[in-house]
Write a protein that binds this ligand. Structure first.
Ligand SMILES: [Zn+2]
Length: 387
């Protein structure tokens, strides 16, 4: 689920309630938003129940009085209660906090007050909150969310201060109320408090922008396609029969993107098992020729590194391990290969970020880079020609 952003209010008559919420949808809502009973008074009022404010880019951002899905309306109501009452934050600038669990959703909430000379204590309490299913994703978005929540709150506060100031000049309510006691009907909408008739449209645009920010968009976890099932028995035979230098050169070349030409096509087939998919070699890399001349020899103008990529070392060890039966070899090699495929994919997803710390966290060392660079390129160009 993508997050849902909401503006909540502690109404003097109805308690904590959601007065507006925005969510990302695939398409515009076709029917009136929902059939829930919602308390209504001037203070809880925003847009009409059957209204929806809609903005589009490639997605649709829909703002309604309460969420269109009933279960979500329930969760949001609970979050509103918690942000405005249970999790009391008394500092003057309001309070930002996280709460939640997997059942009720995870929430970041920013609570703030608006000045209102007619309200109890001369302030009305509001909160802006983001409800999400995914805790990690929500907390990762904390800096961006909190910055914008505070900015929006500050804007509303400035507008309310201006209105309140003007009112005080005209008729100081504090003095009137102290003389008369509480007036009977004091509820005022956010539009009235801020003096902005289009305030809910403005909030809709703000929420839409926040939901559309890259940091808040949840990337679908499509997973990586599993390598096709291929027996490594032929490769194991080569590891036993070939001279070490020939075998290691061939493995290094195929793992790092060099084109291999062999006297027998079965040899290429056996070596392909080392790659997750039938990837094309790098276009301008030198050719590695494997020739059959009594035994197999290799001709390649490149030079072997002093240390091979970890995947190559681990694979060779497994191929030569007599205690590892053929039946266990394939799943084992696949698991090692998937680990490196995920590493390459992670770097590719982070726009090719080869920052030392990031590589260290992923367990990538210098001798892995020839392999990783080639795999990243193939992951990012999607140049996968599955067999
Ligand atoms: Zn109310």
């Amino acid at each position: 689920m993508d997050g849902i952003l909401a503006l909540c209010h502690f109404c003097e008559s109805h308690g904590p309630c959601v007065i507006l919420c925005t969510q990302k949808c695939k398409e515009e809502p076709l029917q009136s938003p929902h059939s829930l009973t919602v308390h209504w008074c001037e203070a809880c009022q925003s847009i009409n129940l059957e209204q929806a404010l809609v903005s589009r880019d490639t997605n649709c951002y829909v703002t309604t009085r309460t969420p269109q899905q009933q279960d979500l309306a329930f969760l949001l109501k609970q979050a509103a209660v918690r942000s405005l009452s249970c999790e009391e934050e008394t500092s003057k600038d309001g309070g930002t906090l996280y709460f939640g669990d997997n059942e009720r959703g995870h929430v970041i909430s920013h609570t703030f007050t608006l000045r209102d000379s007619l309200a109890r204590g001369f302030h009305r309490k509001y909160s802006i909150l983001m409800l999400m299913r995914d805790k990690v994703h929500l907390l990762n978005s904390w800096p961006m969310l909190v910055k914008n929540m505070k900015e929006l709150a500050r804007e509303l506060q400035n507008q309310a201060d201006a209105i309140n100031g003007a009112e005080q000049v005209q008729r100081p309510q504090r003095a009137v109320r102290q003389a008369q006691g509480s007036p009977r009907n004091t509820a005022r909408s956010l539009s009235q408090l801020t003096g902005q008739p289009a305030i809910f449209g403005h909030i809709h645009l703000w929420f839409t922008w926040m939901l559309g920010c890259e940091t808040v968009i949840e990337k679908p976890n499509l997973g990586l396609p599993l390598p096709p099932s291929r027996s490594p028995t032929s490769l194991r035979n080569l590891a036993h029969q070939w001279d070490d230098v020939v075998f290691r050169t061939a493995c290094f070349c195929i793992l790092t993107g060099y084109r291999i030409v062999a006297d027998e096509p079965e040899i290429i087939e056996a070596l392909q098992v080392l790659l997750p998919h039938h990837w094309l070699p790098l276009p301008d890399a030198e050719i590695c020729r494997l020739k059959k001349n009594n035994g197999w020899i290799v001709e390649w103008s490149g030079s072997l590194p002093t240390r091979f990529p970890t995947l190559q070392t681990v694979t060779e060890k497994a191929l030569k391990n007599e205690h590892l039966p053929d039946s266990a070899l394939e799943p084992y090699l696949n698991s090692v290969m998937l680990k490196w495929l995920h590493i390459a994919q992670s770097i590719s997803w982070s726009n090719g970020n080869r920052n030392q710390q990031f590589l260290q966290v992923l367990g990538v060392q210098n001798h892995d880079m020839p392999l990783v660079n080639y795999w990243i390129l193939r992951c990012s160009t999607q140049n996968i020609d599955s067999r």
